[in-house]
Design a protein. Structure first.
Length: 422
């Protein structure tokens, strides 16, 4: 067992905490600007959201590119096109410096820089995640001996279950994108330059990477080319889309700035998920937990006890869509997303927000714009310009100014004054 660095997660909490502090102090040095903790603060959502907080994913193959400097040339990983271009420039720089004997040629990972892993489809990750969540929910139904007799009964139980579960897990795809279960590899901005490494073995990370004679060159070169290094996973580098070199390469593909990149190379996942997948996910879950057949005791008219057979009814997607309608499922989706994101707003404002979105959908006969609007509201950083808190403060400041200039008779500002505009 290593004295200073953890080798697994099976030690005492006290030891793991202390060793994590030593590891952090060893890897993150004052002179390094680009070694980043992607599990802390705003970096946790890097590459997963737009500037308004809405969850996004790359639009598809049209914005991706295969990496020729790959550890497995027969099956090269992908990343965002401009990120690949910069990475291959940096890989060439490593080759030149090895040839000039400026860095060691014996390092298995930090001499010849090649990519072993890149973009992973968030939808594929979500499919695997769903299986785990569905298994957990199925076990709950089974252990509780719940015998569903209708889809309505299932939804009632589902709502109660989500009220507790969504405090620590996510059910929807947009919620998953913003969770720790969705790796930054799903953004297309990250590349891993080593394979078969143990994520929990800090001692191995120190020996293989930070103690490498090429470590300083690796850190400085990544910084020069616009790559951040994940301090928890030092073989994972992440493109800094605000970096000048990354911007220059992105402009070659028509992206004029990071805002434009996030707007055109990434798509908002919330609308497409609600329209195309949410209802079918609910039906799949219902089919997963229902019982095809059961027997239960039944009292006969003569007082004897017999056996009565039963089973959960089956539905098609078209049947439940026709029976319940879009508004029914829209309210359920909004309910789940509010539980997942936990926006800092009073309960009455959450209810009003749901009413507003439902009204917008009914008026427009489409869910696209209203759901997008809803996501911008619940994902917004509060106490920022444009947020509810900001508007309330601005309103109070205006009231104070008007009172002091005798344009207003009272300082009272009603909690419902701006609800209609929210």
């Amino acid at each position: 067992m290593s004295i200073f660095f953890k080798e697994n997660n099976f030690e005492s909490t006290f030891n793991l905490f202390n060793k994590s502090i030593v590891y952090r102090g060893t890897v993150i040095r004052p002179q390094d600007n680009n070694i980043v903790n992607f599990h802390h603060g705003e970096k946790f959502l890097y590459g997963k959201i737009r500037r308004d907080g809405t969850p996004v994913a790359p639009i598809g193959d049209s914005v991706l590119k295969r990496i020729t400097a790959a550890g497995n040339p027969s099956n090269p990983p992908q990343a965002m096109n401009f990120v690949v271009d910069v990475f291959e420039q940096m890989s060439l720089q490593f080759q030149k410096c090895v040839g000039l004997n400026k860095i060691s040629s014996n390092d298995p990972f930090l001499s010849n820089l090649v990519a072993y892993k890149g973009y992973v489809q968030p939808a594929a990750l979500f499919a695997g995640y769903q299986k785990v969540i569905y298994n957990s929910i199925r076990e709950y139904f089974s252990s509780s001996d719940i015998r569903l007799t209708s889809f309505e009964q299932f939804i009632a139980i589902f709502r109660d279950l989500m009220t507790g579960m969504l405090s620590h897990v996510r059910f929807t795809y947009p919620g998953f994108i913003k969770s720790s279960d969705c790796t930054i590899l799903g953004s297309g901005l990250a590349i891993e330059i080593a394979d078969k490494q143990n994520f929990s073995n800090d001692n191995s990370k120190i020996k293989k990477f930070t103690n490498s004679p090429n470590w300083d060159f690796y850190v400085n070169t990544c910084d020069s080319y616009g790559f951040m290094i994940d301090y928890n996973i030092p073989w994972r580098i992440v493109a800094d889309i605000d970096c000048e070199l990354m911007r220059i390469e992105a402009e070659k593909y028509g992206y004029v700035n990071p805002y434009d990149l996030l707007a055109r190379a990434y798509s908002e996942v919330s609308v497409s998920y609600f329209v195309n997948n949410f209802i079918s996910d609910l039906l799949n879950l219902y089919n997963d937990v229902k019982l095809e057949y059961w027997n239960e005791p039944a009292y006969c008219e003569d007082g004897s006890i017999g056996v009565q057979s039963g089973g959960s009814p089956s539905y098609t997607l078209a049947e439940i869509q026709r029976k319940f309608g879009m508004t029914y499922f829209l309210k359920l989706y909004l309910f789940c997303r509010l539980l997942e994101e936990k926006p800092e707003m009073p309960q009455q404002h959450k209810l009003r927000l749901i009413e507003d979105v439902v009204r917008m959908v009914n008026n427009k006969d489409t869910a696209s714009a209203p759901v997008s609007y809803f996501e911008r509201v619940i994902n917004k950083e509060f106490d920022k310009i444009g947020s509810y808190t900001y508007l309330r403060k601005a309103e109070k400041a205006t009231a104070l100014s008007e009172f002091e200039t005798q344009q207003r008779q009272s300082l009272e500002v009603s909690e419902t004054d701006d609800i209609s505009n929210y």
